[in-house]
Design a binder for this molecule. Structure first.
Ligand SMILES: Nc1ncnc2c1ncn2[C@@H]1O[C@H](COP(=O)(O)OP(=O)(O)OP(=O)(O)O)[C@@H](O)[C@H]1O
Length: 483
């Protein structure tokens, strides 16, 4: 079963281990011969625990023809060929530097390698030197979805905090409860070798007792709750904050509700506080506003035509009405349950109608929409992350940031639109970016009623991209696309 094995690379990229990820065993480790698809020689394992050095019968395994085949297959055919993309100058994952050259602390390097990262992506390579410069510099940065922005600003926060000082020093604002939790987990994992650094979640339902003293150095939360912790509950002394991160910065400064809170928190930060704004999308007006509120920012900006990722193939199927879209989805369903899928709907009402109808017809689906209590939403994401749910029907609440590696298909049951009925380009991009994470291959299918087909042309023109027509009634065609 070839699919059970995954090669993992570390350090120079030619060092690798072959991981049997179902049993979590290292099958072989050593130097990788790209041409022949073999692992040669012995080496220590650089994994979660450096002491866990495995020296097995590597030469035996390396000479085993099965291993040769597996490596060839995973290296040459694998859709997740990060190593190759990181050497391709046109890819957003391209980098010329190693993590060592970015002058990160040793304990952070250990954290990064333990997470299986070998080399930085383009955004990490470009943003980290600016974020870690002394004196600190502000940054507004844009990079395509799934290219490692979170890891970039998490590394900056972990590099900047003083573990000996037991009070909040960094604040990171996220637009949703789930995303804040996810980012916090990245901080915990990446920082697990950094003794004394802690994270606290400023989220609804997680209120420390009155008068408590926060010892965690990094606060991650949603804007309203962070605002309360700063000013109503006085749990955070804003004068002590040295790094302020706005993740998904464009919605945070542009969408009503988030905007007032985020901008208020931002304005209350000391002048010396480093401001870091990240997103995959920035409408022009939002970009201009960001530049106004962030003093002397460094800027990393993409052109519109660079925003869509080559590893995500975009399709559409033209339907007569909602019922036909449903049939199209059911046909896709046969294909999409192979991996994991997210189906986006424009409203909670449509999402619950759709998930109910799918369940009534015997399909297993999970529904996640804004009307679920936040803790249930977090549970649902966790079930999905663990692969216990294969298909998630949701609204825009999941459109941004959620990182589930195995999502190989995104379906737009409805295209995202603004209140005035125009195409919401940014949300389209974030939605399809739930697949194709860090170089993986992904498919995005939009089901579209005849009347709205013009919107696809607008999306194609806006991003200078191609959305190919497919016929979801034709199972052969679907099978081919899937392969
Ligand atoms: N240098 C790296 N090497 C390997 N994997 C990486 C690297 N950096 C990040 N990743 C992985 O890539 C995935 C996507 O990263 P991340 O969530 O940071 O992307 P993002 O740019 O913040 O995405 P989005 O725009 O959707 O918020 C994650 O699973 C992360 O662990």
């Amino acid at each position: 079963m070839a699919a059970k094995f995954l090669p993992r690379f570390w350090r120079s990229g030619s060092q690798a281990e072959l991981l049997d990820f179902q049993n979590n065993n290292v099958v072989a480790e050593g130097k990788l011969d790209f041409e022949h698809g073999t692992l040669k020689g012995k080496s220590g394992r650089y994994g979660d625990d450096e002491e866990d050095v495995r020296r097995g019968h590597i030469e035996d395994l390396a000479n085993h023809s099965l291993l040769n085949k597996l490596l060839r297959r995973t290296l040459v055919d694998s859709p997740h060929n990060v190593e190759v993309l990181q050497r391709d100058p046109t890819s957003p994952l391209f980098s010329v530097k190693s993590f060592e050259e970015l002058h990160l602390k040793n304990e952070l390097l250990r954290g990064i390698y333990a997470m299986g990262f070998n080399r930085p992506s383009k955004i990490q390579e470009n943003a980290l030197p600016m974020m870690l410069a002394d004196p600190p510099q502000n940054l507004i940065a844009q990079s395509q979805s799934g290219t490692g922005k979170t890891a970039a600003f998490v590394l900056a926060m972990l590099s900047r905090v003083d573990a000996n000082k037991k009070y909040p020093q960094c604040i990171c604002l996220s637009p949703t409860f789930e995303l804040a939790l996810q980012t916090g987990k990245v901080v915990e994992e990446m920082g697990k070798f950094c003794a004394g650094i802690e994270v606290i979640y400023a989220l609804r339902g997680n209120r420390p007792g009155k008068g408590s003293r926060l010892e965690a150095q990094i606060v991650i939360g949603t804007p309203g709750t962070v605002l309360d912790w700063c000013f109503k509950l006085r749990l955070i002394t804003v004068e002590n904050i040295s790094v302020f991160v706005l993740d998904e910065a464009d919605v945070m400064i542009n969408v009503q509700g988030h905007s007032d809170h985020s901008v208020r928190v931002k304005r209350s930060m000391p002048k010396s506080c480093q401001m870091l704004l990240f997103s995959a999308t920035f409408e022009d007006s939002v970009w201009a506003f960001a530049e106004r509120i962030v003093p002397d920012p460094n800027i990393i900006k993409l052109k519109k035509e660079e925003l869509t990722l080559k590893n995500i193939q975009q399709f559409y199927d033209q339907c007569e009405n909602k019922e036909q879209k449903y049939s199209a989805l059911c046909n896709l369903y046969g294909v999409i349950t192979i991996a994991q899928a997210i189906v986006f709907c424009q409203t909670r009402k449509i999402a619950s109608w759709l998930s109910q109808k799918l369940s009534d017809d015997g399909h297993q689906v999970a529904l996640l929409s804004g009307e679920l209590p936040v803790y249930d939403r977090a549970d649902m994401i966790q079930r999905f992350r663990e692969g216990r749910e294969k298909v998630l029907v949701t609204t825009n609440v999941c459109a941004r940031g959620i990182d589930v590696e195995q999502v190989s298909i995104v379906v737009n049951f409805d295209l995202p639109v603004n209140v005035d009925g125009s195409v919401d380009f940014e949300t389209y991009l974030h939605r399809i970016g739930r697949t194709g994470r860090f170089g993986k291959k992904g498919i995005a299918v939009s089901l579209i009623e005849n009347f709205f087909v013009y919107m696809l042309k607008e999306i194609e023109d806006h991003f200078n991209t191609k959305i190919t027509k497919l016929n979801s009634m034709d199972m052969d065609e679907m099978g081919k696309i899937w392969k």
